[in-house]
Design a protein around this ligand. Structure first.
Ligand SMILES: CC(C)(COP(=O)(O)OP(=O)(O)OC[C@H]1O[C@@H](n2cnc3c(N)ncnc32)[C@H](O)[C@@H]1OP(=O)(O)O)[C@@H](O)C(=O)NCCC(=O)NCCS
Length: 230
C-alpha cells in the first residue's frame, strides 16, 4: 500500500470482504505471515480473529558440492500421463498431512509459467516427497537463488525422506547454477526446522504465523512441511 494511505483504515476495510470471500469458499483454515515485532500488524490481524502462533523463519544456505540422492527426478521430464498420475499422488501425500491441503495448482503454475521445477523423490514404494522450487531471476526466488516455495515428505521414515528431499532441492540448485538455496519454515514444525538448521541453513529473517480462530493447522512438531505463507 502506498505510504500516504497507511493508518487511514484501508487495510481494515479490505479485511472484512476478504474474510467473507473465504467463508463463501468454505476455506477450512486461513493464516498469514507478518512482522513478528510490530504491535500495529498484530493488532490489525487480531481484530479479525487471527492470532499469533510460532515464528516463521526464512532460511538460506550456500549450495554445496552436489550430493544428489538416488531416485529423484524432475516433474518436467514426465510424460503427460505420468504428470497427471504424479499430481494425484502429490495430492494424496499432502492430504495425509492436513485434510484438503492440495498443491496441484502451485505445481502446475511453476511448470506452465517456467518459474522453476518440482522436485520428486521416490523409493521402491513410489513417491515419498516433493518440493515446488522457484529458480532464479523472474521467479519468486530472485537472482542466484533457488527458493523452495513448498515441500513435503510425510509418512513412515519422514525424517529420512525429508533429508533426501532437501538433498534433491540442493542438487536442483547446483544443476541450475544457483549458488543459494532458500526456504521458509514455521518453527512449530519443530523436527523439520531442527533438521534444516543441522544441515547448514541459517536464519535470514523472522516473521510470525497468525492463524484464523487460533487453529494451528499443520504447524505441528511432526509435520515435515516447508512453506512460509508470504
Ligand atoms: C500494515 C498495513 C497493511 C496496515 O494498513 P492500514 O490501512 O495502515 O491499517 P488500518 O489503518 O486499517 O489499521 C491499523 C490498525 O493498527 C492500529 N495501530 C497503529 N499503530 C499501532 C501500534 N503501534 N500499536 C497497536 N496498534 C496500532 C491502528 O490504530 C489501527 O487499529 P484500529 O482500527 O483498531 O484503530 C499498511 O500500513 C502497510 O501497507 N504497511 C507497509 C507494508 C506492510 O507492512 N504490509 C503488510 C505485511 S503483512
Amino acid at each position: 500500500m502506498a505510504p500516504e494511505y497507511w493508518g487511514r483504515g484501508v487495510a481494515s476495510r479490505l479485511m472484512q470482504p476478504l474474510l467473507g470471500r473465504f467463508d463463501d469458499w468454505e476455506v477450512s483454515h486461513a493464516g498469514l505471515f507478518t512482522i513478528a515485532n510490530s504491535p500495529q500488524h498484530l493488532h490489525l490481524y487480531e481484530k479479525y480473529d487471527f492470532w499469533p502462533g510460532f515464528l516463521t523463519a526464512l532460511l538460506g544456505k550456500p549450495v554445496g558440492a552436489a550430493r544428489p540422492p538416488s531416485g529423484w527426478l524432475r516433474f518436467s521430464t514426465l510424460t503427460e500421463g505420468q504428470q497427471a498420475e504424479c499430481l494425484a499422488t502429490c495430492r494424496a501425500l499432502t492430504d495425509s498431512l492436513y485434510s484438503g491441503l492440495d498443491l496441484r495448482g502451485e505445481i502446475d503454475a511453476v511448470a506452465s509459467q517456467g518459474l522453476g521445477e518440482t522436485v520428486l523423490v521416490a523409493d521402491d514404494a513410489g513417491l515419498t516427497g516433493f518440493a515446488v522450487c522457484h529458480c532464479g531471476a523472474g521467479s519468486e526466488a530472485g537472482s542466484g537463488e533457488c527458493y523452495v516455495k513448498f515441500g513435503a515428505a510425510p509418512g513412515p521414515g519422514a525424517e529420512q525422506r525429508f533429508g533426501r528431499l532437501l538433498d534433491a532441492c540442493e542438487a536442483l540448485a547446483a544443476e541450475a547454477g544457483l549458488p543459494r538455496l532458500t526456504a521458509g519454515i514455521n518453527t512449530g514444525r519443530h523436527a523439520a526446522y531442527r533438521q534444516m538448521l543441522s544441515r547448514g541453513f541459517g536464519v535470514d529473517f523472522v516473521g510470525v504465523a497468525m492463524h484464523r480462530r487460533n487453529a494451528a493447522a499443520y504447524n505441528r512438531p511432526d509435520a515435515y512441511i516447508i512453506d512460509d505463507w508470504r
